[in-house]
Design a protein around this ligand. Structure first.
Ligand code: NDP
Length: 675
């Protein structure tokens, strides 16, 4: 069977036989993979001309709902995805990370998209910048969807999650994607894509699939496209230097080999909870997905005095791990994804052994459960120990992408930090300690070389997601050897697929562009704003209230009523000595209350609730005898797709009799959508 590609709206099977995909445990040929005959230029054009426009006209909330629908749809087919996943050597627990982790990533991005992004197609980035003295010329950054296609080149180790963690922010941003999975496990990605396409949830052209190689696709990339890549540093460098990438400044987000480490703190001696947690975590990282994780702990950095104890505890634990065909009963660790990958790991361990003693050797033939060692890509847990890690190089450079870790002793915390950073940039480091000083020192010491730092101790371990789990909420990616890219990290990742543009002009121009009132024209509303439903209120609609004089009696009454008898309000002499006030002033909270008294219309109506104030500033004191006025302007309207009310953000400005601003804040109300 030849795997199919999904290009320009149809499934295409190559006529020629491609590279064989084999079952990782039995060696049986399952399918072949080839992209022969695909028109890659046409694929890019199809994405740009169909998928892009369809997604770009949707709002972030509409796109977020697509993700949720897709996640719900895929959830129905988990069993079939699990069955295919076992062919790749993944156990049930490994597959949970891949399949359920991928689906969960869609759910998280869907939820974040609807909570943290506006219900419009573009994103307003940061605050208005004042570029002129009188405010008639201002600036604002906005971010709009790029008009190209996102090419996702994925690694073989997480055929579902690896695709979905990139797809979620891409689709949410409004960009179409072409997914190119690694060939050796492409059958699982193909099935997941088949399900997503058949669901009919995505607009045409939003998702295409290349089963096989990318042909001449790179030649046709333009400045609007983006490439994200996960795999080896060598391939990343090769692709990153493609002439079209350089000429068109195509963003290239890379996530590559990484010599991640875990540090056992000096306080975490044998018998402490942190010691046990460390051993457990290293063993887990060695065996999960047979160590084929970009985040796995390749270097275990421990105090010299603890090396023997760690070695014994770790090896004892790893010897108990049952290795075999993931479909067989009791198997806790499966084979690597392919025989080629096993050969690669065996060679890398041999290289590492030039500098480190092999303490537990999983590269030699051994009995496996449910399969024959020779037919599958089996490697057992492997532990090395390097006595002089600071004087060594290979152990910090060579990634054995399998169930392999190297123990490295340190003599001082500074040395531990130096060792961690010798990875020259990693995705993640973890630290096991219960000493706050160690936490601070290590964080400052290793932060610049790592994308993520997990600090684990007795208080957090129970609920922790562990060293190796990239989460949709947190950045995944690291500097240097790790590729320099960033994925996930919540809404940060969505911004990779948006183009930031600085808009400069009058406040009215910016209001038009951003759909957010930028301080220009404020038109008095034809009815009180509290009588208007969400759908009737327009950006820039304003209410100017009647004046109110603030008296000394008001201030004293408020002070006694609330208990806020602060001297600036109640003690004439002390208030006069205050260099800011020079006399008694009204409470800021009194002004807010009076402001509400001025702008509220009391009868039941479309305003359901006041849900908050943001960006409150008291800019000038109000003295007894001053007169206050309030202006309320509709700044922004945000409605979720599936709710029958919307949030209105009002700019509220309190001024005095000299038209000087005394307070400014943003008031949030929930208003019904239909009256
Ligand atoms: P590769 O870099 O060879 O492959 C990664 C992806 O790039 C695959 O989809 C591959 O497709 C594709 N690719 C390779 N060459 C090209 C090309 N010329 N044009 C377009 N696409 C290309 O990595 P491997 O999967 O072989 O893994 C090798 C090593 O990479 C591992 O041993 C490990 O050290 C590291 N790795 C790191 C990962 C991480 O997450 N940081 C994940 C996986 C691997 P195809 O499969 O069709 O060749």
């Amino acid at each position: 069977m030849n795997l199919s590609s999904f290009a320009y709206g149809k499934w295409i099977s190559p006529e020629t036989q491609g590279t064989a995909i084999k079952d990782a445990s039995t060696g049986e040929v399952l399918a072949t993979v080839s992209s022969d005959g695909l028109d890659f230029k046409a694929m890019l054009e199809f994405g740009r001309e169909h998928g892009g426009p369809a997604l770009q006209q949707m709002t972030f909330h509409e796109r977020a709902l697509l993700l949720k629908e897709l996640a719900l749809y895929l959830s129905k087919f988990k069993d079939e995805l699990y069955d295919i996943s076992y062919q790749t050597g993944a156990t049930k627990a490994d597959t949970w990370i891949d399949v359920d982790g991928g689906i969960q990533t869609f759910f998280v991005y869907s939820s974040k998209g609807r909570r943290e992004l506006p219900n419009q197609p573009w994103y307003v980035d940061g605050d208005v910048e004042q570029l002129s003295r009188n405010g008639s010329f201002i600036g604002q950054h906005i971010m709009v969807p790029r008009r190209g296609v996102a090419l996702h080149i994925d690694a073989y180790n997480f055929p579902v999650w690896g695709m979905m963690e990139k797809l979620a922010p891409t689709l949410l941003a409004g960009m179409p994607a072409i997914v190119k999975p690694a060939s050796s496990t492409a059958q699982l990605t193909e099935q997941a894509v088949k399900r997503m396409i058949e669901s009919g949830i995505l607009p045409e052209g939003a998702l295409q699939l290349i089963s096989g190689r990318t042909g001449d696709l790179f030649d046709h990339l333009t400045c609007q496209d983006i490439v994200t890549f996960t795999g080896s540093a060598a391939t990343a460098h090769y692709l990153q230097n493609h002439p079209a990438i350089i000429k068109n400044a195509v963003p290239f987000v890379a996530e590559c080999d990484s010599l991640n480490c875990s540090i056992l703190g000096p306080d975490a001696v044998e018998g402490s909870e942190e010691f046990d947690l460390f051993v457990k975590e290293v063993a887990r990282e060695v065996t999960t997905k047979a160590g084929q994780k970009c985040t796995a702990i390749r270097r275990s950095i421990v105090p010299r005095g603890q090396v023997e104890a760690v070695k014994k505890a770790l090896v004892d634990r790893l010897k108990k791990v049952t290795v075999g065909d993931p479909r067989a009963e009791g198997v806790r660790m499966g084979p690597l994804a392919s025989l080629a990958q096993r050969q690669e790991v065996v060679e890398r361990v041999a290289e590492l052994s030039k500098e480190a003693e092999i303490v537990l050797d999983g590269t030699k033939p051994f009995d496996v459960v449910g399969a024959h060692f020779d037919s599958g890509a089996f490697v057992g847990p492997t532990v090395l120990c390097c006595d002089q890690p600071l004087q060594s190089g290979l152990i910090h450079e060579v990634e054995a992408f399998g169930p392999v870790t190297t123990l490295m002793p340190y003599d001082s915390l500074d040395e531990a930090i130096e060792l961690a950073n010798k990875g020259e940039g990693s995705l993640v480091a973890s630290l096991f300690t219960f000493d706050p000083e160690v936490v601070f020192k290590v964080t400052m010491g290793v932060g610049a070389y790592h994308g993520r730092l997990v600090v684990l101790d007795r208080t957090s371990a129970g609920e922790s997601t562990g060293h190796g789990s990239p989460l949709p909420h947190m950045k995944h990616g690291g500097p240097g050897r790790a590729g320099g890219g960033e994925e996930q990290g919540g809404i940060r990742a969505v911004k990779h697929y948006l183009q930031r543009v600085a808009i400069q002009g009058s406040p009215d121009v910016l209001t038009t562009v951003t759909n957010r009132w930028a301080g220009g024209t404020a038109n008095t509303m034809d009815a009180h704003p509290f009588r208007k439903s969400f759908d009737e209120i327009k950006i820039g609609d304003a209410l100017y209230t009647k004046p109110r004089v603030v008296t000394l009696e008001d201030v004293e009454h408020f002070a006694n009523f609330t208990g806020d008898t602060f001297y600036a309000h109640m003690d004439e002499e002390a208030a006069t000595a205050n260099p800011i006030f020079g006399g008694r002033v009204a409470h800021g909270y009194l002004l807010l209350s009076f402001a509400a008294g001025l702008f509220v219309d009391p009868a039941p109506g479309p305003v359901l609730a006041n849900v908050g104030l943001e960006n409150l500033r008291f800019t000038k004191p109000v003295y007894p005898g001053d007169t206050m006025y309030v202006r309320l302007v509709c700044m922004q309207r945000t409605a979720r797709e599936n709710e029958d009310f919307g949030e209105v953000r009002w700019d509220v400005t309190v001024t005095n009799q000299d038209d000087e601003e005394c307070a400014n804040y943003e008031l949030l109300t929930h208003n019904t959508r239909v009256q």
